[in-house]
Write a protein that binds this ligand. Structure first.
Ligand code: NDP
Length: 357
């Protein structure tokens, strides 16, 4: 089975597929669904799987990968696995233990990318969302730079290929970049090359259309953030490009709208009339246009689905191109609407979403 994935070559020698498969499971989704979906995603051609300790889907990711290796569909090195350090493990002495738990769940020796999930530390302990008797999140005080140093040690130990962050704003990224003694700088000056990997099919598109020349990263750092047509993160993207940091978009389809995190009165992204008209014009689906928009801005994009037809449809975003005038129209849909403001971190000095970007 070949994969249609396109990869970004990183200057540390690793590759990240430009399109990733998300595995967050809202409470309302049945337990058996993630494994089923991840199996379908790998069979369809996804080679970048995004999970997290807190999603509790790591075991499913590991099981799916093992079964596809056993079936001869992929080799371990074909799959780019991302998982995340949860907020209750930010104290430096706890970082490696969280990673080891993740590796055990995944039944892997290493992950390709390990990222700090969200910059607000929470009280360590068994409970992943520790709360006081009034339901208020119990936060912690940890210098994020000390957490980063512990992440660097995980890379040195060979447990992760690359390290990065998620939900950091530009100020927090700057803090890491300016950390005295920073070992793995989230900056590099080598151009990124889109490359056809062995066993991967090539695209009919000119390579230059996929990413701006300056879309580069060592993937010694990347930043995963909410990013979609209604929150297009143009300022953070420019900042990241200036620092050669890869931006990875989540909620690119407007999120799964889990009751716990998303206001049910917020507008449904994929119903946007301008997006739907454009999709009709190109004989594509609104989801495909919404994903393609990010690829053409030089963003690595995650897509989540539990349906086979949608999983396959989402992979087809690698097969067409939007003209510049349509990209401009899509730019104009931005309304700085954040679907998942993660209110549990509010009140902490490191709550990331109060800053402009
Ligand atoms: P997305 O924005 O990817 O949206 C998923 C929703 O879109 C699902 O409800 C899905 O429906 C629907 N959908 C998918 N494909 C199509 C299609 N072709 N046509 C129509 N509808 C479609 O969701 P998420 O918010 O979950 O984000 C994706 C991933 O990003 C997560 O799974 C997770 O891995 C990661 N993430 C990371 C975060 C972080 O803090 N770092 C935070 C949030 C997410 P259906 O299921 O019915 O197919």
């Amino acid at each position: 089975m070949s994969s249609k994935q396109q990869h970004v070559k990183l200057n540390d020698g690793h590759f990240i597929p430009a399109l990733g498969f998300g595995t967050y499971k809202p409470e309302e989704v049945p337990e058996n669904k993630p494994l089923e979906a991840i199996n379908l995603a790998i069979e369809a051609g996804f080679r970048h799987i995004d999970t997290a300790y807190v999603y509790q889907t790591e075991k499913d990711v590991g099981q799916a990968i093992r079964s596809k290796i056993a079936a001869g569909i992929v080799k371990r090195e074909d799959i780019f696995v991302v998982t995340k350090l949860w907020c209750t493990f930010f104290r430096p002495e706890l970082v490696r233990s969280n990673l080891e738990k993740s590796l055990k769940n995944l039944q892997l020796d290493y992950v390709d990318l390990y990222i700090i999930h969200y910059p607000v530390p929470m009280k360590p302990g068994e409970n992943l969302f520790p709360e006081d008797e009034h339901g208020k999140t119990l936060l912690d005080t940890v210098d994020i730079c000390a957490t980063w140093e512990a992440m660097e040690k995980c890379k040195d130990a060979g447990l992760v290929k690359s390290i990065g962050v998620s939900n950091f704003n530009s100020r927090q990224l700057e803090k890491i970049l300016n950390k005295p003694g920073l070992k793995y700088k989230p900056v590099c000056n080598q151009p990124t090359i889109w490359k056809k990997r062995q066993n991967c099919t090539s695209l009919s598109l000119p390579l230059s259309s996929l990413l701006p020349k300056k879309f580069v990263s060592t993937l010694k750092s990347s930043v995963h953030v909410e990013c979609h047509l209604y929150l297009n993160q143009s300022k953070l993207l420019n900042y990241c490009k200036s620092k050669n940091i890869v931006l990875v978009a989540y909620c690119a389809l407007g999120s799964q709208r889990p009751k716990r995190w998303v206001d049910p009165n917020s507008p449904v992204l994929l119903n946007d009339p301008v997006l739907c008209d454009m999709a009709k014009k190109h004989k594509r689906s609104p989801a495909q246009i919404a994903l393609r928009y990010h690829l053409q801005r030089g963003i690595v994009v995650l897509a989540q689905s539990y349906k086979e037809n949608e999983i396959k449809e989402n992979l087809q975003v690698l097969e067409f191109e939007l003209p510049l005038e349509d990209m401009k129209i899509l730019d104009s849909l931005n309304r700085n609407l954040r679907y998942a403001p993660a209110p549990f971190g509010e009140g902490h000095p490191e709550y990331p979403f109060s800053d402009e970007f």
